[in-house]
Design a binder for this molecule. Structure first.
Ligand code: ADP
Length: 484
């Protein structure tokens, strides 16, 4: 199958969150399955990593954005079996960050991703690759299915091409004013509420949901929530319900070449399910030393690796940490909301022996936290899939998670008095400060029962959250999509 993935980020080239991990790992998985041919298109941002051997496709091509004509160039690298194309346009992509500055979103994000969507389609022609399927991700590439069904409807090059849009987080939709609709070049007659129009402007994500042949999101439970619960659907619940026959939930996997405590070279010593009780404490001690926490093997260590954002519920978790700091240590690695960053900086200053905060993106420290912590906290208000809970389970660090989205699909909650033969973590039953407190309290109590704790750790480490199954599910969905 000829597959194009179009996305605004992919690990290891450019990353702000889980989307990048998913796109990177999925593209590799798909390309590893013969006879697939996989092209991945990304914007050529200034700080693309790992591209010393970039090659340039000779020539440039032109893309209209509003009443301007923009030049686009393509560079590429062979990444395993994936051919990665970087869409180059200095004006739009040669910037320090992907989407925003400290002051807020780039004001021309609409133009940047109009250009990108059209440049992917024209790029396929430029390199002579006819896709059977174009798999788009999130609002940044959601106009692409709309272009296929409108501007490119009669283009013979794409007659066989079908589209799948995957929603990684419905809270980000790409809403812009009417002028953006005009810049995108769609026919004015299509500015209707059943197509592009959204509260007088254009919504990129809505347009993608309307026009994509199939739509998916990153867990079955989140797929249910966004259709039925207005607080989860962020205004698109009605449309998703309308498209429910074409709406699927496929859980993400984790890349086990990056996330496996047995082969992880960033840890002081590796471990697996038979050696964790001996070797995992070495990682804990290393982490405590590195963060200047009290070196105490007995004290449970709770880790957080997360964007600091309303979604993640860490605003209300801070006071729980303060309440529990005598019973447990906490380490928070994350950046984002400046108010939250300050809250955690202050907290760490107040209790330096028990609470550590690192306000940066740090892959290495993230690995050390997944390995060195005993418990991983994820009190999300909503969570489309979540990768961190799967990573932490793989590292034998038991997740304490909200009962939402993909967390429900991937964690099996501990039940008091039950045998817990399948349990892999703890659920926060009600989303509130006390709810988080109670769940952590329960986890800390079970931590004292070493027999039960080790059983849960083993259960968690033995879960298979590798990409293999998810990639098979995506292939099946691609087959269904191209049969339309
Ligand atoms: P989301 O995509 O909503 O941010 P996920 O749980 O799906 O959340 O994925 C988050 C990914 O980003 C995980 O791989 C996590 O380890 C990583 N991550 C988040 N914050 C940081 C950070 N400050 N440093 C390093 N990695 C981070």
């Amino acid at each position: 199958m000829n597959i194009v993935l179009a996305a605004s980020e992919a690990f290891p080239f450019c990353k702000t969150g889980g989307l990048a991990d998913v796109v990177g790992a999925l593209s590799q998985q798909l390309a590893g399955r013969k006879p697939n041919k996989v092209l991945l298109f990304l914007p050529h941002y200034r700080n693309i990593r790992r591209v010393s051997s970039l090659k340039v496709v000779p020539g440039v091509y032109l893309i209209p954005v509003g009443d301007k004509i923009e030049q686009v160039s393509l560079s590429y690298i062979n990444w395993g079996n994936v051919l990665v194309f970087f869409v180059g346009n200095r004006k739009y992509f040669d910037r320090p960050d992907l989407y925003r500055t400290k002051l807020g979103d780039y004001l021309d994000n609409d133009e940047r991703f109009i250009l990108f969507c059209r440049a992917v389609l024209e790029g396929c022609k430029f390199v002579g690759f006819r896709p059977d399927i174009i798999h788009c991700h999130d609002w940044q590439t959601a106009l692409l299915p709309a272009y296929l069904k409108t501007v490119y409807k009669l283009d013979a090059f794409f007659t066989r091409t079908r589209s799948l849009l995957t929603i990684h987080n419905i809270a980000y939709q790409g809403h812009f004013p009417y002028s953006t609709f005009e810049k995108a070049g769609f026919h004015p007659a299509d500015f209707t509420s059943d197509k592009f129009e959204y509260y007088g402007g254009i919504s990129f994500l809505k347009s993608g949901i309307v026009f994509a042949d199939n739509v998916s999101t990153v867990s079955p439970n989140y797929a249910k929530e966004v259709q039925t619960d207005p607080s989860m659907g962020f205004g698109l619940e009605g449309l998703l319900k309308f498209r429910s026959k074409n709406f699927y939930g496929i859980v993400n996997g984790i890349d086990t070449e990056i996330w496996d405590p047995e082969i992880d070279t960033l840890l002081p010593i590796g471990y697996d399910v038979s050696s964790f009780s001996k070797n995992k404490p070495v990682s804990k001690q290393y982490l405590q030393q590195q963060l200047d926490l009290e070196e105490n093997p007995q004290k449970p260590l709770v880790g957080v690796v997360s964007r600091l954002d309303y979604q993640k519920g860490l605003d209300i978790a801070a006071s729980v940490m303060e309440r529990l700091h005598e019973r447990a240590q906490f380490v928070v690695l994350g950046c984002g909301d400046p108010m939250l960053e300050k809250q955690y900086r202050d907290l760490a200053k107040k209790y330096p022996a028990d609470i550590a905060y690192e306000g940066k993106l740090d892959e290495e420290l993230a690995h050390q936290i997944y390995a060195g912590a005993d418990i991983f906290l994820m009190p999300s208000r909503f969570e489309p899939c979540g990768l961190s809970q799967m990573i932490s389970m793989k590292y034998g660090t038991l997740p304490v998670v909200s009962k939402v989205g993909g967390l429900v699909d991937t964690v099996t909650g501990y039940k008091e008095g039950a045998d817990n033969d399948a349990a892999t973590g703890f659920f926060i039953n009600t989303f509130s400060e006390n709810g988080i407190y109670n769940a952590l309290d329960k986890a800390l109590n079970v931590f004292e029962d070493k027999k039960m704790w080790n059983k849960l750790v083993k259960n968690a480490m033995l879960q298979d959250h590798s990409w293999d199954k998810s990639a098979r599910d995506y292939m099946a969905l691609y087959q269904k999509t191209i049969s339309y």
